[in-house]
Design a protein around this ligand. Sequence first.
Ligand SMILES: *Cc1c(COP(=O)(O)O)cnc(C)c1O
Length: 378
Amino acid sequence: MKPRLFTPGPTTVPEDTLLELAKPVTYHRAAEAKAILAEVSEDLKYVFQTAQPVFTLTCSGTGGMEAAVSNSLAAGEKAVLCTAGRWGERWRGILKAFGATIVPVEVPYGKAVTHDMLANALTANPDTKVVFTTLSETSTGVGHDLQAFGRVVAKTDALLAVDGISGIGAMECRMDAWGLDLVVTGSQKALMMPPGLAFISASEKAWKKIDATPVRSFYLDIRRYKKSLAESDTPFTPGNTLIKAQRVSLKRIRAEGIENLWARHTRIATACRAGVEAMGLKLFAEKPNSALTVIKVPDGVDGTATLKALEKKYGYKFADGQDAMKGQIWRLSHMGYTDAFDVLGALSALELTLLDSGFKLEVGAGVAAFQKAYAAGK
Ligand SMILES: *Cc1c(COP(=O)(O)O)cnc(C)c1O
């Protein structure tokens, strides 16, 4: 059986990137290592759509989120927290650990926070220092309108911090043009890499606040990374093997072109949603994003057992809902190194699995709808 990974992190890694990982380990302070870090940092600026430096941290995405919190907020300072799912809750956990005063702007799972809700929270809390939000809420499939959020926050003294893990590289996001102040992502979602690296960048507005904030973390103090990166270096031993591999995947993104890459994700996501609906299934997210499709488990179907059967019989690994959502949704990633035919195969396997379990559907309906929508999306 051929294993096929469709979880929204980690995602499938291209062959040339995997081969890079198989090469001998090299010294991380050598001239070659510095040249590679410099190149990766430039390509990351392109991916983030920023003129600011992007720092590479050796940790998972959450480490990047923790860097955003610990560098921008002093203890007790006020943060508006936009929560639409589990990853908004991850921000909350970090904010609590760092003693922030949290103003929650919360919507039920499946819904999106609107810019009006954010504007109202900022009007009621003019002493807010940072707004925390999520580009792609990977737990529900919702995408947030960060361009609108950026316009709202730019009118205030507050910063806008974005968890772009799974979103960056899968959906349009322009850090500088949209006024995003702190942007974080991780290697293992849309950036076509295994887990292990996080990336963070800060706007000029953010740097003013960071430089005025007491140091609250040693390893994740991004002032250190800024100083080192000016010399194409890192303050601590980086995951240099991963950085070399990330270079290969970033070159792939460069070659495709970021706008083409966004368009590819939109086209596949649109076709996938059409396929799902043609199978008689419902989408979970009110405002779906292009990184993944989240499907409601239909009544009378055991969601967790279906995913197990899908993997066992056909090799397709989707993700279940997390925590309270377990058994209620299926999450199908189409970010990164995934093409239309990969997703077409996944829908086909889901149709067959549902058919096996007695669910009534017309075989091929989802596949045909995908093809039609994909053809129309040219
Ligand atoms: C995967 C994910 C995270 C968690 O990242 P880790 O690498 O597991 O620490 C955070 N936020 C979002 C939106 C994610 O998709």
